[in-house]
Design a protein around this ligand. Structure first.
Ligand SMILES: Cc1cc2nc3c(=O)[nH]c(=O)nc-3n(C[C@H](O)[C@H](O)[C@H](O)COP(=O)(O)OP(=O)(O)OC[C@H]3O[C@@H](n4cnc5c(N)ncnc54)[C@H](O)[C@@H]3O)c2cc1C
Length: 114
């Protein structure tokens, strides 16, 4: 028996965010990420900040994704697997009724629902 899953996002699912979008090859293989989403192959990274830098070489090349597109695709896979996915719903309250049973209150464009 599976769980009833509700995924709420306060903004649009295709939103952008400050993220380099680096994902591992194992993630691409396991989730069967479409080739057009895993855009670039990366074999090394150079990270810099606050006067420090670090070079990372990976044994197996990874990929980069555009988070807005990748996150939307992940949400569509969750929906395909039976989750209810809603965008523009901001969670304002969560109450635990039983160990794996929650009541969620969310706000959608000015209205309150649960
Ligand atoms: C500069 C930078 C570069 C990075 N590069 C990489 C990288 O290359 N590879 C990597 O793996 N990670 C990277 N990260 C880290 C990565 O972005 C985060 O670890 C990852 O996005 C966290 O995922 P999450 O789902 O927990 O949170 P998020 O991706 O932030 O998702 C949380 C979501 O919840 C929504 N939300 C918040 N509050 C509510 C609410 N009350 N109701 C409804 N929705 C709500 C937000 O709008 C948001 O969309 C980077 C991060 C930064 C800052």
């Amino acid at each position: 028996m599976g769980f009833s899953v509700l995924a709420l996002e306060r903004g649009p699912l295709s939103r952008e965010k400050p993220c380099a979008g680096g994902i591992q090859a194992v993630e691409v293989e396991e989730y069967r990420v479409p080739r057009e989403l895993a855009e670039r192959v990366i074999g090394a990274a150079h990270i810099e900040g606050w006067g420090h830098s670090v070079d990372i070489k990976v044994r197996k090349p990874g990929y980069t994704v555009v988070r807005g597109r990748y996150d939307s695709w992940l949400a569509s896979k969750a929906a395909e697997a039976g989750a209810e996915v809603r965008e523009h719903h901001r969670v304002v309250d969560i109450k635990r009724l039983e160990p794996m049973h929650y009541r969620v209150k969310a706000k959608h464009k000015g209205s309150l629902g649960s």
